[in-house]
Every structure is written in C-alpha cells, then in structure tokens.
Design a protein around this ligand. Structure first.
Ligand code: SF4
Length: 158
C-alpha cells in the first residue's frame, strides 16, 4: 500500500513506512544540493541577515510542497519541538530568540531562493524551474495538495 498524507488531518494513511521518509529526505536533499551548486556559481549566498524570516516586515511567507514540509518538520523534531509556536513579533515560527533560523540545514527551498537583497535578490526562475518541478512532482507522488504557507505546511506534518 502506498503511504499518503491526509492534508486535512495532517495524518498518514496506510502503513507506516520509515523508508518512504528516507526516500523523501534523499530526494529533497538532492534538490537542495543541486540548488546550492547553482547558487555558488552565481556567487550568491545567504548572509543570515534573516530579514526574509520577518514576515511581519516583508508581508511574504515562503510556501512549501509536502516534501519540503517533511524535511523541515524533521528539523523541528530534531530540536526537541513537537509543535510550532507563533513568533511573538509575527516572524517565522522557526526564527530563534537569538535571531537565527532554528532549522537552517533543513530550511525550505523558498528560504534559499527568496528575494533577500543581501543574498543577491530573487533567483531567476529559469535557473531553478526544473528543481521546483521536481518538488511539485514529489508533492503529487506523496498525495499532497500543492504548496502551502510555511507555518501551516509544517504544522500539518509534525
Ligand atoms: S525556515 Fe528559517 S530561513 Fe526560512 S523563514 Fe523560517 S527562520 Fe527564516
């Protein structure tokens, strides 16, 4: 039986299969690695300014496919959390007290390609369109229903 996600309840349907998670993690990590390689060629880099994490300032919230949400949720669980608490200032719930991303290694695709000027601005779609398509294909394969805003997407699979 193929394991799927019920996006309304946030629960798995079907038998629990850890190997499915492993495959998802490997696929998403592979996409992130490919992206990092392309960004390195552009001499574009995240400076950990974290302005893009302050949703209350930017009015922009990254959207995640299901595979990205599963990887991000893994990072959340690794830090000992079982739920996302809203940030007191309206920033990303994963922005830590010291102003750093608490799941940096597992941060979503949008956090790697965002509009941050310090990091070099928006990555042109033509450079990453195929990677986005791979994330969307994985979302469909897993039974996801398309991209969702970061807090909702991660909370649904924690
Ligand atoms: S996941 Fe991390 S990098 Fe992305 S918006 Fe949240 S704190 Fe910032």
């Amino acid at each position: 039986m193929r394991e799927e996600w019920n996006m309304k309840s946030g629960k798995r349907s079907g038998k629990k299969r850890p190997e499915v998670d492993r495959e998802v993690f490997e696929e998403v990590e592979g996409i992130y690695a490919e992206l990092e390689g392309r960004l390195a060629g552009l001499e574009r880099d995240c400076r950990v300014v974290t302005r893009c994490c302050r949703f209350q300032l930017t009015g922009e919230v990254p959207v995640l496919t299901l595979g990205e949400a599963l990887v991000a949720a893994r990072g959340v669980r690794a830090s000992g959390r079982r739920e996302l608490k809203p940030h007191p200032e309206g920033a990303c719930p994963l922005l830590g007290k010291e102003g750093r991303c608490t799941i940096y290694r597992d941060r979503p695709f949008g956090c790697r390609t965002h509009f941050c000027r310090a990091a070099g601005g928006v990555v042109p779609r033509k450079l990453v369109g195929d990677l986005i398509q791979r994330l969307e294909a994985l979302d469909e394969k897993l039974g996801g229903d398309g991209s969702r805003g970061l807090p909702e997407a991660i909370a649904a699979v924690l």
